[in-house]
Design a binder for this molecule. Sequence first.
Ligand SMILES: [Zn+2]
Length: 246
Amino acid sequence: MTIESNPTSVMTPAEVTASCWSCGTMRAVHFCSACGKVQPPSPVDYFAFFSLPRKLNLDTTALEREFYELSRKLHPDLSARADKREQEWSLEQSSRLNDAYRTLKDPVKRTEYLLRLEGVELEEQSKAATEKARTTGEIKKQVVPPDLLEEVFELNMQLEELRAQKKLGEDDPALIEEIGKQKLELEQKQDALAEELKTYWSNWDELVDSGTEKSRRQLRDKMVDLLNRRSYIRNLVRDVNEVLEN
Ligand SMILES: [Zn+2]
């Protein structure tokens, strides 16, 4: 994880020029509130796209309602928009709407997105890091969370054993059962992490309004740590499934 010096290139709603190209009235991010015409896309973040504050607790029912409402208003086919530019903007805005909705409705994606807006580059998503690893030939490996070291070691040995057995066309039901049990425990850990993440959301939402930069940074680090653990466990479960299903 690295903190970039220039956190984000998106603009806040206040920075977006706010008059309608058609009638000159103050406009919303997507369309004019007076004449209804679709506006050229402005580079706002996904929260601003939905006129939401950058907070993590989010009413997903309201978000869904807003999504369908905006989908209708921005739909490119809507009454064959007269202006060609407006048609193009409709397409762009609709696609942005879909991206924004997909990102914000998912608890983990939403958290990762907010962290990126905050200047955090998450290990797993860093394409640059993967490319670099590829060109330098080094293997990009996730660090094992210290409290999982023993379990992971044990599990990997068992997976290795099962792979070897399968190659010989046999398998040991007791070993499969044991691996299945460990998989279940990992999945329970994943659920527990999801719950823990929610408590961080509430902390974050309070700090957005009143916290110091230091307290925000500490909480960001905690969330990054949790997401790394979660993604580590998820990859492990994926490995287990691969071996069990083959
Ligand atoms: Zn207008």
